[in-house]
Ligand binder design. Structure first.
Ligand code: ADP
Length: 328
């Protein structure tokens, strides 16, 4: 671990946006100032580094943002940063300002870029897991996940009211990319009868049997929460098959979509974003580099960026068992 002293920190948000990113930026800025460091905001992810869209921040730049969704630094995907010439340009723009440490708030793609950049130009990078999908190893929470789950719960509760009034079978698709965490958490919290996630194979015959059995027992209201990454192909695909196989059922499909990314961050997301943002700067000051800050069992946890990139969280079998028992 290098003990090189960091003097000027750059902070950026990259990849998909997530509620709570602003709370993390605020914590990074104010902790840097607490340490007497200069801190710079980098606009639109790595694009701002490549295009020199970088500005100095102070305590007031992050006033009144903790409760706001989205990110004041904007976020984007940067094609140029994939190329060595793009990263070289980015480095030159940091160098001319003397920025010698970076905090990257984003998902695994953003960490991949950070790892590469840091190896090439010897700039210490600390990653904060900012993604609604919770698809990164090394943290019990990711910034934005709790808000997205609560948004999904709120929407599904409303759908359940109309489902109940009409005795309907509803298939609700939630986000999560290749991970099923939003589906699992929102499904359990809304009492879904079935939850389909990419981490466990979808057995369509078992699902049809299950729904038919429930109908026989006069359970006419059925909620199936489907993760967008489920290997069966999402709620629309599932809807087509179920409409053919269960012609008597009144089936509706609802794709929740981008509402899950927006909105004011939950209390938990504000808290963990503040905690992680604080520790990101503490880590740089302590000479740490190329690690992701996570929270495990309520304590700060460091995971090398390359490990956070490669490993996914595991959904325990126990949760799937609980879903079955509670939905009977
Ligand atoms: P997320 O961080 O949400 O997973 P992306 O996968 O889109 O989002 O990655 C965000 C950005 O990180 C990309 O647009 C690119 O600029 C940078 N990036 C991702 N992977 C690499 C890589 N292998 N090399 C260089 N930059 C990368």
């Amino acid at each position: 671990m290098s003990a090189k002293k960091v003097n000027k920190i750059g902070v950026l948000t990259s990849g998909g946006d997530a509620p709570g990113m602003n709370a993390a930026i605020r914590a990074v800025v104010r902790t840097s100032i607490h340490h007497g460091l200069e801190v710079f905001g980098i606009m639109r992810g790595y694009n701002g580094m490549v295009d020199d869209d970088i500005f100095q921040m102070d305590s007031r730049s992050v006033a009144n943002i903790i409760q706001r969704g989205g990110t004041i630094l904007k976020t984007a995907r940067s094609k140029e940063f994939f190329e060595p010439e793009g990263r070289k340009k980015a480095y030159e723009n940091l160098k001319k300002r003397g920025i010698d440490g970076l905090v990257i708030i984003g998902g695994d793609g953003s960490f991949r870029g950070a790892q590469k950049f840091s190896n090439e130009f010897d700039i210490p990078c600390i990653g904060l897991p900012g993604t609604i999908d919770k698809d990164i190893a090394g943290s019990d929470f990711t910034i934005g996940f709790d808000t997205a789950v609560n948004t999904a719960i709120d929407a599904i509760d409303k759908i359940r009211d109309t489902m109940d009034a009409h005795d309907r079978l509803f298939l609700v698709e939630v986000m999560g990319r290749d991970a099923g965490y939003i589906a699992l958490h929102s499904g359990i919290a809304t009492g879904a009868e079935n939850i389909l996630i990419p981490e466990s194979r979808t057995d369509i015959e078992a699902l049809i049997y299950n729904l038919t059995e429930k109908e026989k027992r006069k359970k006419l209201v059925n909620l199936v929460v489907v993760a967008e990454g489920d290997e069966f192909g999402g709620a629309n695909e599932l809807g087509k098959v179920l409409k053919e196989r269960l012609p008597q059922a009144d089936i509706r499909v609802c794709i929740l979509g981008h509402i899950q990314r927006g909105g004011s961050p939950s209390g938990l997301d504000r808290l963990i974003a503040s905690h992680m943002g604080y520790h990101a700067v503490e880590a740089l000051v302590a000479g740490r580099r190329n690690e992701m800050i996570g929270i495990v069992n309520n304590a700060v946890h460091y995971t090398p960026l390359d490990k956070a990139i490669k490993e996914k969280q595991n959904i325990g079998e126990e949760w799937m068992k609980i879903v079955k028992i509670l939905a009977s």
